[in-house]
Design a protein. Sequence first.
Length: 291
Amino acid sequence: MRLRSLLFVPGDSERKFVKAFGAGADALILDFEDAVAPSMKDAARAQVAAWLDDGAPRDWAFFVRVNPFDTGLTLPDLVAVVKPGLDAILLPKANGADDIVRLGHYLDALEARAGMAPNSVKIAVVATETPAAMFALGSYTPAHPRLVGLTWGAEDLAAAIGATGNKSPDGDWAFPYRIARASCLFAAASAGVAPIDTLFADFRDAAGLEESCRTARADGFTGRIAIHPDQVATINRCFSPSDAERAEARRIVDAFAAAPDAGTLGIDGRMYDIPHLKAAQRTLAAAGDQA
């Protein structure tokens, strides 16, 4: 499952779904949580269930962001959408791996009811939205068999700790949220799942989005949440290796393959060791090339 770009779509908006359908995102996240008013939750469930049933061909993964466990709405959300065609659930406000185990049990039963193979539906987690979650990021290792990615969020965390803002005067994340971002990255790497950066709120600022995405990829994130279709192309480009990066990675991988007993090699006048090989293999995997 490729997860460079994950585009949020309100679950009750057919117009926005149709627009998102051809945006080029790797995944669409049909939202039952923050983007849907309480009075529209049932309508959103029915609408998303109908989209799952329509059988239309698609080249993106079908995610649903359910409501968090403390709302009492999670199980009705799951009952409506766990059926063939659903690829993954995005769980918000998770407090740690125990919530993934609980969600996994629900999915076990609902997959069986729907005649789906076990573990068909994967799980991604918004892993930093509560204070308790910040102390449980290590619990995702070893990874649950359904877990495919961790992402982070600042808005709910700021509200939960009583902050008056989450940005510093220069526009960067304030210190507590830089901790949340870095901790999510480390937790995903430890669990061996995709680290997915949070949304870039100003969808009109294409240059700012590009700069932010390039920084995120350099830091180690492999994808990003999008909140508008216009952001998808930039995110896909920034989280995809360039031709030059692919060529360099191929040289490194091929050189080590030709010298399987070497721990260090000189290539084009520069020394490379095993960490460089691992990075090159990741680059090729991100590009869809065989390492």
